[in-house]
Design a protein around this ligand. Structure first.
Ligand code: HEC
Length: 171
């Protein structure tokens, strides 16, 4: 009799436990846990860089590095950095299709002619033409800033390296 009662109690506890468990962990969470992707999308969707953030992160350092590479006569690296800069402008337009009601891709396309001129000059290994195209690119940065009411954002050729751990000379 006592044994029967103990058994019944145990069963009741197990059932209660299962009910509580099921109640406290929603099925969606269990599913999300088992199907969790390697890089949860929330990590990325919680990051909302502004145009200024993206300029500071991906455009300004590459403009600096490109200037330093050209000064060092490093065409191989300069060619790479022109490609990186082009890609960075493209990705900014993808991440932020509109800026203050304007088409970002169209605004950023101003940078294409000087980037094309840079590619051509680097391919032809013409330092003077490359330097002229870099000056043209820098002027384009400032033209766009001015056109967006940001005439206090002034870009120039790098005065010094901001990257002490990177060698810009050709090897
Ligand atoms: C769309 C045209 C456009 C072009 C082309 C452009 N920029 Fe910008 N940039 C902007 C705008 C607009 C801002 C300000 C964004 C804001 O604060 O809302 C900005 C902001 C910046 C900032 C951030 C300022 C700070 O100090 O926090 C830097 C740095 C910058 N740009 C560098 C560059 C460089 C270097 C180039 C050229 C290689 C360039 N930009 C080309 C539009 C442009």
């Amino acid at each position: 009799m006592l044994q029967k009662l103990e058994k019944a109690r145990g069963l009741a506890a197990a059932v209660l436990g299962a009910v509580l468990c099921a109640g406290s962990i929603p099925a969606s969470a269990v599913q999300a846990q088992t199907a969790a992707p390697r890089n949860p999308p929330s990590v990325y969707s919680d990051f909302h860089p502004s145009l200024s953030d993206m300029m500071t992160m991906s455009i300004q350092p590459r403009h600096t590095k490109l200037g330093l590479a050209l000064r060092a006569g490093n065409f191989t690296y300069a060619a790479y950095e022109v490609g990186e800069l082009r890609g960075a402008f493209r990705r900014i337009a993808q991440s932020m299709p509109g800026y203050e009601g304007k088409d970002t891709a169209m605004l950023l396309s101003q940078a294409n002619p000087p980037l094309d001129a840079l590619t051509a000059a680097i391919r032809a290994k013409q330092p003077r033409a490359a330097n002229a195209a870099f000056a043209e690119l820098t002027a384009t940065c400032n033209q766009c800033h001015q056109s967006q009411g940001r005439n206090y954002l002034i870009i120039r050729a790098p005065a010094a390296s901001a990257f002490p751990d990177q060698d810009f000379t050709p090897h």
